[in-house]
Design a protein around this ligand. Structure first.
Ligand code: MG
Length: 252
């Protein structure tokens, strides 16, 4: 009984000491000068936002609807996709197109439209894709009333990550992707030390949230991790008449 009493007294004493210390800390912090926790040294640069989804002042405009000067085919020949009414459209079987500039980490805005004439099903309906650094695909696909494997549907990281939602608009309507991409890092021995990450917002809805990229996009087999530096953005020719417009990028 005596032991129990002593234990209770000890606990009460300990609690009282903790509370006293906390009150003392609080009183001390109340005496701090608020300026001690202010950071002034690095002022964010001024960026003028665009109207709606138009490019902000520090963006590189990759496609403004008038020409394909910022793109090329893989073999270095001029991009042949069709331009009409401010949009570019895949010219089937001419091949993917690539930005002439290469990029590391970035924020990319891109708008796309699946053909209004619905043709095919599953992966065969309005298929294209945006390959970050020409290796990692954010899928473009018409998944409006169209079923396919979940890790291959619209806004999937193809065969790696199922999107958090199907935010597709009907075919023929313009859709937006806002992609925030952090490139993987490799050491001098070519080993990946930090994975790539991607966040995708589809029509204003978060569908990939800081998703880890497991490696290259592979149709068959597992992702691969081969060291690389900055790379172009690649738009896929999957044989469907997918269109793109209003493409701009901000390096991060
Ligand atoms: Mg694709």
């Amino acid at each position: 009984m005596k032991k129990e009493l002593l234990f209770i007294v000890f606990i009460c004493f300990a609690v009282q000491r903790i509370l006293t210390a906390q009150i003392a800390d609080q009183k001390a912090s109340e005496k701090w000068d608020p300026r001690l926790t202010e950071a002034w040294e690095v002022a964010p640069k001024i960026v003028t936002p665009g109207n709606g989804t138009s490019a902000p002042s520090d963006a590189i405009v990759l496609f403004d609807g008038t020409n394909l000067n910022e793109f090329t085919h893989e073999n270095g020949t001029p991009a042949q996709w069709d331009i009409k009414d401010g949009a570019m459209t895949v010219k089937p079987n001419t091949g993917a197109i690539f930005t002439k500039k290469v990029f590391g980490d970035y924020q990319l805005h891109i708008e796309w439209r699946a053909p209004v004439v619905v043709k095919g099903e599953g992966q065969g309906r309005g298929n294209s894709g945006i390959f970050m650094q020409s290796r990692y695909e954010v899928q473009v696909l018409d998944c409006y009333n169209n079923t396919t494997y979940s890790n291959g549907q619209t806004a999937s990281i193809y065969k790696q990550s199922i999107p958090l939602a199907n935010a597709c608009r009907p075919p023929g309507e313009w859709q937006t992707y806002d992609i925030i991409y952090t490139a993987p890092r490799f050491n001098i021995d070519g080993m990946k030390t930090v994975p790539g990450y991607v966040t995708v917002i589809h029509n204003g809805i978060v569908v990939q949230n800081h998703t880890e990229i497991k490696g290259t996009t592979e149709y068959i087999g597992l992702p691969k991790n081969i060291a690389h530096g900055d790379g172009p953005i690649q738009l896929q020719d999957h044989g469907d008449l997918v269109s793109y417009r209003n493409i701009w990028i901000r390096k991060i």
